[in-house]
Design a protein around this ligand. Sequence first.
Ligand code: HEM
Length: 143
Amino acid sequence: MLHAHSGLRWLALILIIYAIFNALTAIKQGRDFEKKDKMIGLFTLISFHTQLLIGLILFFTSAKVVFVSGFMKESMLRFFAIEHPLMMLISIALVTIGYSKSKKETSSRLKFRKILVFYTLALVVLLAGIPWPFREALGAGWF
Ligand code: HEM
């Protein structure tokens, strides 16, 4: 589970960066919103929701998630019990809202704009909330 969750971060990251880049170039070119564009947004959403499911399983099984007294003073315990889940939930919510708002818009330009704005915000929160290996105290890996 942990390996799946760790590895899937790369897929989620690549997809969201691609979706943002795609929306940005489409707005610049003034082109129509096509099925392919919907699919890019949808696959990003699916990868995020898969992370949510695996993350929830980890949350209830991981040895790093313990609500013992004083856990808030321990940076690693606080990170995995509070900070990581909270930031990831915000990021996943932003992707979900962006996808559904884009779906409801009628003009191509506005569809791309919703993806651009919400997915960019989601990416910022995602990057801040991932336990990168260079944050040594968290003891997480690259894959
Ligand atoms: C797009 C969303 C998410 C991404 C990209 C992500 C990414 C990661 C990564 C890279 C790790 C470190 C894995 C390692 O040690 O190598 C991790 C650990 C963890 N994640 Fe997530 N996560 C996401 C969402 C969530 C959510 C929503 C939850 C909880 C509700 C969650 C709970 C956890 C827990 C508990 C661990 C620690 C597991 C352990 O080391 O025992 N994650 N996550």
